[in-house]
Design a binder for this molecule. Structure first.
Ligand SMILES: [Fe+2]
Length: 437
């Protein structure tokens, strides 16, 4: 079955699966067509300014109050929520990991969520968490919603089907999806095993960055974002709904599927984006801009230019700058940087940072090209070079990222990561040329 999408970012979308199921000219008629219930899903306060005011109207077989019963506590011990401070003994450092291992037991998307860092405070609706998911089992009768934030899903291995109450998103590595706070969904696996990264955003929603002097085009273009058309199922068999709420998990049993939205309209909706459609902008004579030039989505913090989260990619691109050290420069940063690699090779690290891997360069901790990378880039002939077959990304936040015990004790952590800079030589010898012997 092919699922269809509507293009645009933050549009006022409308979609119906049955003719006339979407009311026209009003939101809440006395008796909606087909006996549906009208329900509003508010992603912003009612009174938020127009630019950030988000809500959708859902026309469904049963109202959401029928999709929850009495809750019981549920346990997903590897999914952590900020503040989660001091639950390990690992000393401060720059960290890097090989991929999180695939599970041996049957594991679905929610059970397979492994938190690596948390930042900020979910109770203040500020900050984020960086997770890796690994799964080998589809969610069939289990459904989930996260009251704590939206989920930015970045697949690395295997395709997924995000079956949400507002429509179905098919997602493969190279694409990303955003599932809004409160949206009910389940995750089906298209491939036998899947792995990827998730950024859980406790704060204001991800949006497109302003382009400033770049103008009206390039970077992520709104038309390349795809929101699913309505889809529903009429399934009258036992189902469960799992809720993440202020860091705790709760479960409720219901007698039917909650994925019963026949039609909807509004601007609060899930979407996906193909990273290959990002049009990178960079230096065409010398130097290179800060990596913020590769921001796909940004979640503002309330302080201008100081993101709660920037989602940044390092896509294929031409390197043409003259008299320039072309890889990323050495850096210390007030923002903290969680990086992953979807496929290929990252240009500051030719070895050690592998697809599915992670690096964490936290608040004010130094990082930059490894010794072989520095040597090579410092001596390279500066002809135009295509950096190809690569896709790295960064979840960058203004808050320090607190490592979880799982991340600290994960067997794939590279205890020798710090050694990648050991062979950087002293080149200073008092002469303007320096010592390049
Ligand atoms: Fe950096």
């Amino acid at each position: 079955m092919a699922f269809s999408y509507m293009p645009g970012f933050g549009n006022d979308f409308e979609t119906e699966t049955l003719p006339g199921s979407l009311p026209q000219g009003r939101n809440s008629p006395q008796r909606p067509a087909y006996g549906l219930y009208a329900e509003q899903l508010s992603g912003s306060p009612f009174t938020a300014p127009r630019g950030t005011n988000e809500r959708s109207w859902l026309y469904r077989i049963r109202p959401s109050v029928k999709h929850t019963g009495r809750f019981k506590a549920a346990s997903y011990p590897l999914w952590k929520t900020a503040p989660n401070v001091g639950d390990h003994e690992l000393a401060l450092g720059q960290y890097r990991w090989n991929p999180v291992p695939m599970p041996k037991e049957p594991t679905d998307f929610i059970q397979g969520m492994r938190s690596i860092t948390t930042a900020g405070d979910v109770l203040g609706q500020t900050g984020m968490a960086a997770h890796v998911y690994v799964a080998n089992t589809s969610m069939v009768d289990d459904h989930f919603f996260n009251a704590d934030g939206e989920l930015l899903v970045v697949p690395q291995v295997g395709a997924l089907r995000l079956v949400t109450e507002m429509g179905v998103i098919e997602l493969r590595p190279g694409e990303i999806a955003v599932l809004p706070r409160g949206l009910v969904f389940k995750v089906e696996l298209v491939d036998a095993e899947v792995r990827g990264y998730v950024c859980e955003n406790y704060g204001a929603k991800l949006t497109l960055p302003d382009r400033g002097p770049i103008g009206a085009n390039c970077l992520a273009n709104p038309r390349d974002f795809k929101t699913p058309c309505a889809w529903f199922e009429e399934k009258e068999t036992p189902c469960r709904l799992i809720v993440k709420w202020c860091g705790n998990f709760h479960i409720t049993e219901i007698g039917h599927s909650p994925l019963d939205v026949v039609a909807w309209h509004g601007n609060y909706a899930p979407y996906k984006y193909d990273l290959a459609t990002f049009s990178p902008v960079g230096a065409i004579l010398f130097d290179h801009p800060d990596p913020s030039i590769f921001t796909v989505l940004t979640a503002p913090s309330g302080e201008e230019g100081t993101a709660n989260i920037d989602f940044v990619i390092f896509p294929p691109r031409w390197l043409v700058a003259e008299d320039t050290f072309r890889p990323p420069w050495y850096h210390r940063n007030i923002m903290s940087e969680f990086m992953g690699l979807i496929h290929g090779q990252y240009d500051a690290k030719e070895e050690g940072f592998v697809p599915g891997g992670i690096s964490l360069h936290n608040l004010m901790l130094a990082h930059g090209p490894d010794a072989p990378g520095f040597e090579k880039a410092s001596r390279a002939e500066l002809k135009p070079v295509k950096l190809d077959n690569t896709m790295a990304f960064m979840f960058e936040t203004r808050f320090p990222q607190m490592l979880t015990r799982y991340g600290a004790e994960l067997e794939t952590r590279q205890d020798n990561y710090i050694d990648c800079w050991a062979d950087l030589k002293k080149r200073f010898n008092g002469t303007p040329e320096g010592d390049w012997s």
